[in-house]
Design a protein around this ligand. Structure first.
Ligand code: MN
Ligand code: MN
Length: 467
């Protein structure tokens, strides 16, 4: 071998180049496109955490899952059980051949996304326009939410305790709502604001009506007309807004993006792209070696707090109930468990190259992202997976032909973020972050690649079926 070829051989043996999935596995392009048709349907049916939990429960019941009962017969390998946590989070499991003391294979994603929530006293009239006051939920760039059609989703409890379910702006012919913005002709002063301040929190007011109630002797007649319409449709009064959870989200449907239809633009890929793919893999697993558990959690975008967030004990309650049913030792079960914390990561954006370390950021179409650590200001608030866990998980992926890359949430000193990984790791479970690269994260119209979505599904399948 001459010296020139020796160098080439050496390079091939020692260096790594991240492949494009379409080059590495060209047959996947069509499969991914087919797979993503149902993903788009899931997105359109799941614009809020409640709707995502509903849709997941519907699919679980269809697949033969039964509610987990504390009493009753012991669980057998292959049994499929689930728990719907207050209509806002789903925990489901397929019992494995090994006892629970051997640990479970856990996948955890979140089903809440940034949005505009209505305030407890939302409705007012100003200069003959009726509006709803909002308080945004999660990290949004407020200027992105002006002048775009929004739909309204959620529940209202009437004084008698009965529930009205609301979904306006999704059906064909439905009215939609919007936040107004200034015209360029008059925005000279607004243009001097910083971008973060482009639209302010108290300016995110939803336009909901403009016709007066036909009695000129009354005040606030447009507001009254809106209340009349709401009363006709839902039987509610103004006071009932205090007993409501109403969320304004982008009204448009998930759509193919690009002439090659290689991407999907939609609201809420973060993190329904991981929730959907994890749920599909969980549902399809029939006889796992280890018990598989899939958690679709709420409140990740505001710190995973509360009764349906993973900083709390809801996962422990579910796992503890499974352990009790098999008289397993919960502590041993937790310590032997392995978890994929599934959440999106920032994809390299050629329009904004400066925010990423190009050697350590993930790219569209180059596979799922295995993220060793997230966090900010020196890895604060991260799980920071061990080399041992990275070795175990990437070994499973390599054996299954999964195309995976690494990622970081931007340049070291620029910002950062966190996921649910730390909360599961704090319970003594080994965790690695995995996910799908996303462009325009947390915007009303986020972008993912179909090949990455499909690869994520295959990665979860490999993980839950690993011996
Ligand atoms: Mn997320
Ligand atoms: Mn997020």
């Amino acid at each position: 071998m001459d010296e020139k070829n020796k160098g080439k051989e050496l390079q091939k043996a020692l260096c790594f180049t991240q492949p494009h999935i379409a080059d590495a596995q060209p047959e996947l392009t069509q499969q991914a496109a087919r797979f993503c048709e149902d993903y788009k349907a899931f997105l359109d049916a799941s614009k809020t955490e409640r709707e995502a939990a509903n849709e997941a429960e519907r699919r679980l019941l269809h697949a033969g899952y039964r509610p987990l009962q504390r009493a009753g017969a012991a669980l057998q390998p292959g049994d499929k059980v689930y728990y719907n946590n207050r209509g806002k989070a789903i925990l489901c499991a397929t019992l494995g051949k090994r006892p629970l003391d051997a640990g479970v294979r856990l996948t955890a994603a979140h089903i809440d996304s940034p949005r505009l929530d209505l305030k407890p006293n939302p409705l007012y009239e100003d200069h003959e326009i009726a509006l709803f006051k909002t308080h945004y939920y999660g990290g949004i760039r407020k200027y992105q939410w002006g002048a775009t059609p929004l739909s309204l989703h959620g529940v209202i409890y009437r004084k008698d305790g009965s529930k009205a379910e609301v979904c306006i702006g999704e059906g064909a012919g439905d009215p939609v709502f919007c936040v107004t913005d200034l015209l360029p002709h008059l925005s000279a002063e607004q243009n001097k604001r910083t971008l973060a301040d482009g639209l302010r929190g108290e300016e995110l007011n939803l336009v909901v009506g403009s016709l007066p109630y036909p009695d000129e002797t009354l005040k606030d007649r447009v507001k009254l007309r809106i209340l009349e319409l709401l009363h006709e449709k839902y039987g509610i009064t103004e006071r009932d807004f205090t007993r409501a959870e109403l969320e304004a989200v982008p009204a448009f449907k998930a759509a193919d993006v690009g002439l090659d239809r290689s991407m999907i633009g939609a609201y809420g890929h973060d993190d329904r792209v991981c929730a959907y793919t994890a749920l599909c893999a969980e549902i399809e697993e029939r006889e796992p070696e280890y018990t598989t558990v899939c958690i679709l959690a709420d409140k990740e975008e505001i710190g995973s707090v509360g009764v349906a967030g993973l900083a709390g004990d809801c996962a422990l309650h579910f796992l503890g109930c499974l352990a009790d049913k098999q008289s397993a030792d919960l502590r041993q079960m937790l310590q032997n468990s392995k978890c994929l914390s599934a959440d999106v990561n920032v994809a390299f954006d050629p329009t904004f190259p400066d925010v990423s370390d190009q050697r350590n950021t993930c790219c569209l179409n180059r596979g799922i992202v295995v993220t060793k650590y997230t966090g900010a200001r020196g890895k604060n608030g991260t799980n920071d997976a061990s080399a041992e866990m990275m070795s175990l998980i990437t070994g499973i992926f390599d054996a299954a032909g999964i195309v995976w890359q690494t990622g970081e949430l931007g340049k070291v000193d620029l910002g950062g973020g966190g996921t649910v990984a730390q909360f599961l790791a704090n319970r003594g479970i080994d965790v690695v972050d995995v996910g799908v690269p996303v462009l325009s994260m947390h915007s009303p119209f986020e972008l993912v690649s179909k090949l990455d979505v499909y690869m994520m599904y295959r990665a979860f399948t490999a993980f839950v079926s690993a011996k």
